[in-house]
Design a protein. Structure first.
Length: 371
């Protein structure tokens, strides 16, 4: 950037005018990062140089809002993807994609959410307070517990590797949790990785953004915990298909989805559990609701199908699915006079069970029987 400006000055001194436009990116810094910030951009070119980019050219206050101003010359018509960061100290946020066909671009960010607007006289700088957290019951024995997260198309969630150190604590029902703010609207799936800030790491769950979640973390594993004071259930999925990845989406009227925006939760990425010889992927800690959810299985926005029926989350649900449909659903509510239904241990329904071991469902009751 400095090289371009110096070149322009030299050309002017020589009486040669530069035809390249000057562009300004204004960022209202509403983070808690302080003034040591930088702007990097990828796309058709790295307009601010290599990571972490350039520090502000200046600051400017417009309509009562103070901006960090990042100025560069040229690159007209290129596509840019600016990333605002705390100068390579572990925090960053992607700004919106822009095309360099204007002089000025205005952004506001709280370090997680981003707003872009075109009229600085009417700045959009109000952000909803953070209400969602990742609560961690730390049983790792590590000196430090870090949480890193990434999402396709969204980059790093808690800053670059190793992510955010879990330091803030909260005591809930006698247990001391470490917590990390986790805002969002559920539209993006984030992939967690736990690490000690050094050479020890392992994959955590894949969960929707902005979803409060409670996790117990050891030195090599994790498990989802029920929210204190909340009743939760598990959804067990026996996958009998060839899809590269199985996703489950849920919806109920206009309420937020249980598993975030489309395509939902990555079932294939969930922990496995073997029950009576059958392997299930377990979606743990689904908060109870009497709202009858509709389910859609999909192959990460490729093939998809609706699951027959609706599903209040008021007990564990067992689903056996194939590429073309769900072949069994057990542990659904029904009346006391419900008809008995039989399934093999592989989840296949049997109309007239003969000698062997079967799963019997009668209304809300599910049991294993021997014929």
């Amino acid at each position: 950037m400095k090289k371009n400006l110096l070149l322009s000055a030299a050309l002017l001194c020589m009486g040669i005018a530069s035809n390249a436009a000057v562009h300004n990116i204004y960022v209202a810094n509403l983070t808690d990062w302080g003034s040591d910030v930088a702007l990097y951009s990828w796309g058709d070119s790295e307009i601010f140089g290599e990571w972490p980019g350039a520090t502000p050219s200046s600051t400017e206050t417009i309509s009562g809002v103070k901006y960090d101003v990042f100025t560069f010359e040229g690159h007209d018509g290129e596509t840019a993807h600016p990333i605002f960061n705390n100068n390579n100290n572990g925090q960053q946020v992607d700004l919106n994609e822009i095309v360099l066909d204007q002089e000025n671009y205005y952004f506001a960010t709280n370090g997680v959410d981003v707003k872009q607007y075109s009229d600085p006289a009417n700045p959009d700088t109000d952000f909803a307070p953070v209400e969602s957290f990742v609560y961690l019951l730390d049983k790792t024995g590590w000196d430090s517990l870090y949480l890193y997260a990434w999402a396709t198309g969204s980059g790093d969630v808690f800053g670059g590797w190793p992510g955010t150190k879990a330091e803030e604590t909260e005591v809930i029902e006698g247990e001391t949790y470490k917590k990390i703010a986790y805002p969002g609207d559920g539209s993006t799936q984030y992939n967690f990785i736990f690490n000690n800030g050094g050479d020890v790491q392992f994959d955590g769950p894949t969960v929707p953004s902005g979803t409060t979640i409670y996790l117990e973390v050891t030195a090599d594993s994790y498990k989802v915990l029920p929210a204190p004071g909340k009743q939760t259930y598990n959804i067990y999925v026996n996958i009998q298909g060839s899809w590269e990845a199985v996703y489950l989406y849920a919806y109920y009227d206009n309420a937020p989805s249980l598993f975030g925006g489309w395509p939902g939760i990555n079932v294939t990425a969930q922990p496995e559990e073997k029950i009576d010889g059958v392997t299930y992927h377990v979606i743990s800690g689904v908060e109870a609701t009497d709202d009858a959810q509709s389910f859609i299985f999909n192959n990460n926005d490729k093939e998809q199908y609706d699951v027959d029926g609706t599903f209040p989350i008021n007990q564990d649900i067992y689903l056996t699915m194939t590429d073309s449909g769900v072949v069994s659903v057990v542990s659904l509510l029904g009346g006391d006079d419900a008809v008995e239904e039989y399934y093999t241990l592989d989840g296949l329904r049997v109309d007239n069970p003969q000698h062997g071991i079967y799963i019997c469902r009668k209304g809300a009751q599910v049991s294993k029987i021997v014929k």
